[in-house]
Design a protein around this ligand. Structure first.
Ligand SMILES: [Fe+2]
Ligand SMILES: [Fe+2]
Length: 183
């Protein structure tokens, strides 16, 4: 149970950062000025926290365990969820490619950067909602107490490897920074 709760906790952090990112993109749209350094911090957060930490816990550990319990990789829901992980990485990369131009003050980068990042935020929010109403519920149904314990230990190993390098603390701190707008 704890393993699914920890993925949901990470979703809550990502949702808050998505909300702050929307706020920043909205501000940029209204003022016609993009704060490229700030946008880059959002991209940096998603790159580490979502792409390097959260998604691999799902794909390599949770989905993999569910696959061993009978779900096929090339059928729903695993097929779509893994496809969406890949698609979201590509969308984030597309947004990041506009940042150097935006940092140089090139106005032509503003619209595509905001457009691509907003598309990413829309996608990740939908993806998280889909996981919480689908695969997480399925996992709670089919996995045994021992399976959940095994997953929890595996997640803790991932976290402690990253923690040794100070990465988890750094990115949780970054999330707090990014979501403390208006306070
Ligand atoms: Fe996911
Ligand atoms: Fe997720």
């Amino acid at each position: 149970m704890e393993a699914i709760a920890s993925l949901k906790r990470e979703h809550r952090v990502m949702r808050e950062v998505c909300k702050a990112c929307r706020h920043e993109l909205d501000r940029a749209g209204r003022c016609h000025v993009v704060d490229a350094a700030e946008i880059e911090r959002f991209i940096e957060f998603f790159r580490f926290y979502t792409n390097s930490c959260h998604d691999p816990k799902e794909e390599d550990l949770l989905f993999s365990m569910l696959h061993h319990k009978g779900l096929a990789w090339d059928e729903e829901p695993l097929k779509s969820l893994c496809y969406e992980h890949d698609a979201m990485r590509a969308m984030l990369k597309a947004a990041a490619e506009w940042v150097p131009k935006a940092r140089r003050g090139d106005q032509s980068a503003l619209e595509p950067l905001c457009h691509d990042l907003l598309a990413y935020v829309d996608e990740i929010e939908q993806h998280m909602a889909k996981e919480e109403s689908g695969i997480f519920v399925h996992a709670l149904d089919v996995l045994s107490e021992a399976d959940h314990d095994e997953l929890t230990r595996a997640f803790e190993n991932v976290d402690s490897e990253d923690s040794e390098e100070g990465a988890v603390e750094y990115y949780e701190g970054l999330a707090q920074d990014l979501t403390s707008y208006g306070t």
